[in-house]
Design a protein around this ligand. Structure first.
Ligand SMILES: [Zn+2]
Length: 60
């Protein structure tokens, strides 16, 4: 299962989510709450390994 790294823009908290892609997309659609400040200014950080996974899938 991939790990997604999110960042809270309010308090700079780093949030890690280990979810299947469909679960992650569902969660992002509903909005992610920061566990520290309970704000909703949470945005994904670019994970380099995600790109690697996509490339591997594309070659097949
Ligand atoms: Zn926060």
């Amino acid at each position: 299962m991939p790990t997604y790294v999110l960042r809270c823009r309010s308090c700079d908290e780093r949030i890690e989510l280990t979810l299947h892609l469909d679960e992650y997309e569902k969660k992002m659609r509903g909005g992610v709450e920061c566990p520290k400040c309970h704000g909703r200014a949470v945005t994904p950080e670019i994970a380099s390994f995600e790109v690697k996974t996509a490339r591997k899938t594309a070659s097949w």
